[in-house]
Structures are given as C-alpha cells and as structure tokens.
Design a protein around this ligand. Structure first.
Ligand SMILES: Cc1ncc(C[n+]2csc(CCOP(=O)(O)OP(=O)(O)O)c2C)c(N)n1
Ligand code: SF4
Length: 326
C-alpha cells in the first residue's frame, strides 16, 4: 500500500510567481491540505487550468497538470475525464477565463455533469492582463478598460451555473481557511460536476472588493454561512434571520419571530437554491451566502446506470463489424 502523502508532498518545487499577498496562495495551501487529508494519490490527480494568474496553479502542484488554452480548461478536462474516468480531475479557472472566453464551455460541462471539480477563483477582475473589468466586476467599477466606470451588470454566477445544470454549487472565500478547506472537501467528494466559487482578493488591481465579507467589523452583518438543517441567521449579534413571506424571502428580527419560522437550509432543495441565488444573494439587504447552496446526490446513481449502458454500447460499436456502411 502506498504511503499517505502530506500537504508538502503535493507542493511542487516551482517558484511561485503570484504577487506576495495574493489570495491565490491561501487557495493553493488549502487545496494541498485537502488532498493530503483525503488520502489523494498524486499519480491519479490532475489540475487543468486555462490562462490567468489563477491558471498558474498546476505549476505549483506536485500532481499531473496542464496549463492549457484561455477558456478551454473545461473542454480539455471533459476529454480527459471521459477517457480516464479513474482520474480525479480538477479545473482551476478565473472569472475571465471561465465566464468570458470560456463561458460556453463551462455551461456545457455543467449540463453534461462531467465528474470534475471546478474551482472558480473570482477576483472580479482580469489580473494577469493588468486590471480590465471582467464579467463579475461590480457595476460602476473604474478599471483600465472602464475609466468612466463599468456600465455592464455582472453575471449572477451561482444562478448561471445552477441554471446550466450543476449538481453541486458552493461558495467560499480565500480568507476563511477552515471554511475553504471544508468546501474543497465537499467539492472533491461530490460525484458529478462540482462548482466551487472562491472569492479571491487581487490586492493589486481590485483590492478590497470583498471587504464587506472579510472586515471584522462588517463581516457578521454581511455574510451568512449556510449549514444544512440550520436556520438562516446572521447579524452582529445573530439578531437577524431570513424567513418566507409567502414566496418572498424577507429579513426579520429574531426577537419578533420564533426560530421555527425561519428558513431552514436544505441543500437538496433546488427551488430554495434558486431563490437563494437569484433573490437573496444579489440583494444588499440580505447577507452574502457562503457554503453548499445546492447538491443533487441522486445524479450520481443515474449516472452510474448510464455509464454502464454507454460502455456496453461503445464496446458493441468498436468490436462489431456492421456499423459502417457507405
Ligand atoms: C485567446 C486569448 N485571448 C485573450 C488573452 C488575454 N488574457 C490572458 S488572461 C486573461 C484574463 C484573465 O482573467 P481571469 O480569468 O479573471 O484570471 P486572473 O488573472 O484574474 O486570475 C486574458 C483576457 C489570451 N491569453 N488568450
Ligand atoms: S495580479 Fe492580482 S490575481 Fe494576479 S497574482 Fe497579483 S494579486 Fe494575484
């Protein structure tokens, strides 16, 4: 039996070329820890990236990897997973790489429910090319390519991937080490396409964009870390909650209602997940959501059935001699 690897074993000997202080470091560290913790085999693990600062990730991992083409990590990973289902395939991508040039490939990977782990490092900017606005940049943000302010609305990333058919949708943030670690474990464990958005601070070109969620004085009012079977509670002193008024989520004072009336998180519920992503997550009167928003575990069973019949069908095509007539 092979020896259990440590986090250090998953680190390569390459010099890391991210700016000191970049949020990418924290994600790299937690990923290496998670691989060690979950007993991953470096010979069976592959990181595929596109182009961007975040996409330098595979160089720093002592696993197989490919720093591929802008926006196409999803296509390459799909091909790899289809031909080598025994491999644990991870995609590392940025908001530009995944949602601008790679948007089309991302939605189809999710629709096809390819069993890979997508880590989207969202810094709401193009880092590598020095600070142009991206499809997740906030409206009115002044950047190199929007000197008068970004006049386009950002994607609602979580709604987008949920709509594309992702069977696992979660969010974490570079500054919350323990949470990030847990989310990476959940992402790895999910069978099917897992999508983890990680808020990542680019302190060179978009510093402080996630300050509301990391600043100690602001964090409690502005974040809600979802846990299954727990009520949606937030606020400086956990004094606020979210409940339904008919079909509409509203913020209530916990002093005015019973906790039993609050919204209880259930990541299996796709209707609730849709409301969380399309109503709660985008409205500043609500806190920003972190955690597993949606997971469909049943997708795995259906898939197993399908892959057996596909395999038999493919075998009969390859080994048969009656299929090609001109
Ligand atoms: C075909 C092509 N078009 C454009 C570029 C230029 N380019 C390189 S990285 C990038 C965006 C990177 O932004 P993001 O994916 O958010 O990653 P970050 O650098 O912020 O981690 C762009 C537009 C390219 N390399 N190839
Ligand atoms: S430019 Fe931004 S995203 Fe790129 S390495 Fe530097 S801090 Fe990180």
């Amino acid at each position: 039996m092979s020896e259990k690897l440590t986090a250090k074993d998953f680190a390569s000997d390459q010099d890391i070329r991210w700016c000191p202080g970049c949020g990418d470091f924290a994600i790299l560290k937690q990923t290496q820890m998670v691989l060690a913790k979950t007993g991953a085999n470096s010979d069976k693990t592959v990181f595929i990236s596109g182009i961007g600062c975040s996409s330098r990730f595979p160089y720093y991992m002592n696993t197989y990897g490919m720093h591929s083409i802008h926006g196409r990590a999803t296509a390459i990973a799909t091909g790899l997973k289809k031909t080598r289902p025994d491999l644990d395939v991870w995609i590392v991508t940025g908001d530009g790489d995944a949602l601008s040039i790679g948007g089309n490939h991302l939605i189809h990977l999710l629709r096809r429910d390819i069993d890979v782990n997508v880590l989207l490092f969202n810094n709401e900017i193009y880092g590598l090319t020095k600070g142009q606005y991206s499809p997740t940049s906030k409206q009115n943000l002044i950047t190199k390519s929007s000197p008068f302010g970004n006049d386009t609305k950002p994607f609602n990333t979580l709604s987008l991937v949920l709509g594309a058919g992702a069977t696992f949708v979660a969010r974490s943030i570079d500054r919350e080490a323990k949470h990030l670690q847990n989310m990476l474990i959940e992402t790895k464990n999910h069978e099917g396409a897992s999508f983890l958005e990680i808020y990542q601070n680019c302190h060179i070109f978009n510093d402080g964009t996630f300050e509301n969620y990391t600043d100690k004085a602001l964090q409690k009012r502005n974040t809600l870390f979802l846990e299954d079977e727990k009520p949606l509670i937030f606020g400086e002193n956990e004094e606020l909650g979210i409940k339904f008024d008919g079909l509409t989520p509203i913020v209530v004072n916990r002093a005015d209602v019973s906790d039993n009336d609050l919204w209880i998180h259930d990541s299996k519920d796709k209707i609730k997940a849709n409301i969380l992503c399309s109503v709660v997550d985008i409205d500043e009167k609500f806190p920003k959501l972190f955690g597993v928003i949606y997971e469909n575990k049943l997708a795995k069973q259906k898939k197993e059935k399908l892959s057996v019949s596909n395999k038999e069908y493919l075998n009969s095509v390859i080994r048969g001699n009656n299929y090609w007539s001109i």
